[in-house]
Design a protein around this ligand. Sequence first.
Ligand code: DGT
Ligand code: CA
Ligand code: CA
Ligand code: ZN
Length: 581
Amino acid sequence: MTRNAEVAALFEEFADRLEAMDVEYKPQAYRRAAENIRANATDIEVLAEEGQDAVEEIQGVGDAISTKVLEYFETGEIAELEDLREELPVDMRALLAVEGVGPKTVGDLYEALGVRDLDDLEAAAEAGEIQDVKGYGAKTEQNILNAIPFARESRERALLGDARPVADRLLAYLREGEAVERVDTAGSLRRWRPTVGDVDVLVASETGEAVVERFVGWEEADDVIEAGEQKASVRSNGLRVDCRVVVPAEYGSALQYFTGSRDHNVSVRNRAIEMGLKMNEYGVFDVRDVDDPDAGQRVGQRVAGETEAEMYEAIDLPWIPPEMREDRGEVEAAAAGDLPDLVHEGDVRGDLHTHTDYSDGRETLAGMLEAAEALGHAYYAVTDHATGPGMVGGVGLDDEELLAQVEDVREAAEAVEMEVFTGVEANVGVDGDLNVGDEALEALDVVVASPHAALDGDGTDRLVTAMEHPAVNVLGHPTGRMLNQRPGLEVDYDRLAEAAAANGVALEINSNPARLDLRGAAVKTAVEAGATIVVNTDGHSPPDLEYLRYGVHTARRGWAEAADVLNTWPVEEVRAFLGLE
Ligand code: DGT
Ligand code: CA
Ligand code: CA
Ligand code: ZN
């Protein structure tokens, strides 16, 4: 791991603090430098060792910044930043996590009210003190109050897309351990929740200490938080990682218990109780002949515990996939024999929302097609942004350019075996209007319509209007949410699903781990209403095209079967859905 992100974060904090103190120009320069440091391919620590000139090779990094970089690697801190922290003793990152609060607001509220952290901010807003500060009103105060819970949560939870690769590497490492018989993820990570509080890992072994020793010795473990005989926690890649070791005979019961969710576990435990059984992390026990079932954890006759499947079997249920264990009716469905046959990663045959460097993608058309084909896709749509309202910085193609791109796409498609669709990602305006003319829309195979701006309040009308346009095939990232950053549009999912089904529009699960939009619960509503789902990457570069796994597991969280997901269908059926001959 390079230390580029760590150094970039320091200069971002620098910029925020200077801006909070009303310093001009410098903040922008520090932010630009931070961005370039973050994106730099070479580790900045290596450059710093080479010397100041090497650091200044990075765009936007001049003498002032490179001096601070060297100071940081030599002394572990930057004196000027330490001074700024003392002058304005606020938890900048926590406060900036509140939507609508920028560095200037932080400065103002500290000056006027002494607000240092989220608790202070909440207290000030609740007491009505913010509206009395010059330049702030009752509406701003209310907005701040509304946004605080989301900000609190976002500071504590990591993105699935950041945690999952770390867990994958850890599992591979643990499996190589001699004492390790079985190992799985547990908790929210195994349920593929879009954000996770920590990474939970479970190991089956007869020798806990050997496993714990191997775990804390992992090269990616930065810090050992605690280490006992059967469990340990480390900090790694900015995440908390919990590892628990159980004996193989209790592995299934422990895996079931520690996968959760808590609410799911309450439901299955209650079912066990009704059957005269006791279910916990050590197994399922028949306690009908036991005087006091609460006398201990392992009481009565043990009937299950070695595998998860036998745990569910003991309470007369089929095994329930982890993604469904959110207490959304899965126990009742399982009892009735109505569990869906969930879609699998391997069912996906194509990707219908992607970009190239014709708009804001980072790879050429030919490069994207080659990468998609290497993933084994049977079909693929090129859907660059249309330019116009809602698109920042003039990114995107106008109608004429879109029509010209069609020719280029057809030509580039000749180099690959897969079917390549032409397309566009149009912006959904505040009234449901699209930023592409009808003639261009008609000429394209796939029209993705997605909201990109004005993502506050209820968006149902606007999204339904967009779906009613006859050329629209896919509603892209329907709420526009960015995990941990902004909640996105509020949506009446029943109405959305109904409109999607009625207009033959597929509702997207955007697989980008920063979005995962639609979320699982919304997918479930849509699937139940008969709407079609499509799992897309919205890829802007070749590695992005591998985000599909996150989208597929989100579909599974919404109980979707392969038949519910457009891009698992054979190409002829996809063509028919798109209205192509
Ligand atoms: P997270 O980490 O906040 O994303 O969510 P989880 O679900 O991974 O929660 P975590 O890590 O606290 O615990 C993992 C699982 O262990 C949880 O889903 C259910 C189970 N569990 C842990 N503590 C308790 C508890 O006190 N009661 C019950 N019923 N289950 C628990
Ligand atoms: Ca967890
Ligand atoms: Ca945990
Ligand atoms: Zn897109």
